[in-house]
Write a protein that binds this ligand. Structure first.
Ligand code: AP5
Ligand code: ZN
Length: 215
């Protein structure tokens, strides 16, 4: 299966990706996690991406498209994958289409801006795996520690309140047009499902809504 998770920053894409990748035994391709790993490793890509990410802006389409094309050509993607955070602009969606990638479902997680700020403030992540927690809504078993490794959780640099507002603005300007783009695609193509779920529900309710949409 090949899925795309679409939604605003903090809508719960990473959270639902954890469950979907286990359920369907496919890799998660999170462009945000890939870029954060490149920044940590101080690679040329990381050096280029850091400035954009810290400001809440998008990294250029050219860089991202190359990154994703290389990743989906790897052997573990042969049976499918879940795209989290890509595509995020119309040119990125066009590039995916031009590459002949047949997507089975677009899953849109809908959360209003008012809820997003609260989600970001309480988010904590395990940088090595990308596992995501929330101080109130999804706390780790031991405070400040990852459930599986016991390693420290951190707060993302771009989760500061002022950057969050910039990220939301960028989402509405550049990524939200993909909602219309993919509903139109799904209307023309019977093998592409467009599933919209209410992301303000509890995490397990969102999971159930996605699964019933996929049936
Ligand atoms: P990226 O890492 O993709 O960030 P994002 O899209 O802004 O999304 P987030 O990871 O912030 O949110 P999420 O939807 O995964 O929510 P989560 O599950 O963590 O991108 C970061 C940056 O990289 C971009 O700004 C850009 O610079 C660059 N970039 C990445 N991809 C790019 C691309 N394709 N093109 C160009 N640039 C790109 O949940 C959030 C919090 O809410 C957590 O604490 C979680 O526990 C909690 N939560 C989740 N679900 C629920 C629920 N149902 N109820 C209560 N709490 C919940
Ligand atoms: Zn994420």
């Amino acid at each position: 299966m090949k899925f795309i998770l679409l939604g605003a920053p903090g809508a719960g894409k990473g959270t639902q990706a954890q469950f979907l990748t286990k359920k369907f035994d496919i890799p998660q391709i999170s462009t945000g996690d890939m870029l954060r790993a490149a920044i940590k490793a101080e690679t040329p890509l990381g050096k280029q991406a850091k400035e954009f990410m810290d400001a809440g802006k998008l990294v250029t389409d050219e860089i991202i498209i190359g990154l994703v094309k290389d990743r989906i050509a790897e052997p573990d993607c042969a049976n499918g994958f879940l795209l989290d955070g890509f595509p995020r602009t119309v040119p990125q969606a066009d590039a995916l289409k031009a590459a002949g990638v047949d997507i089975d479902a677009i899953i849109e997680i809908d959360v209003p801006d008012s809820e997003i700020v609260n989600r970001m403030a309480g988010r904590r992540v395990h940088p090595a795996s990308g596992r995501t927690y929330h101080l109130t809504y999804n706390p780790p078993k031991v405070e400040g520690k990852d459930d599986e490794t016991g390693e420290d959780l951190i707060q993302r640099d771009d989760d500061k309140a002022d950057v969050v507002l910039d990220r939301l603005k960028v989402y509405h300007e550049q990524t939200a047009p993909l909602i219309g783009y993919y509903t139109d695609e799904a209307a023309k193509n019977a093998s592409l499902k467009y599933i919209k779920v209410d992301g303000t529900q509890a995490i397990d309710k969102v999971e159930n809504a996605i699964l019933s949409g996929l049936k």
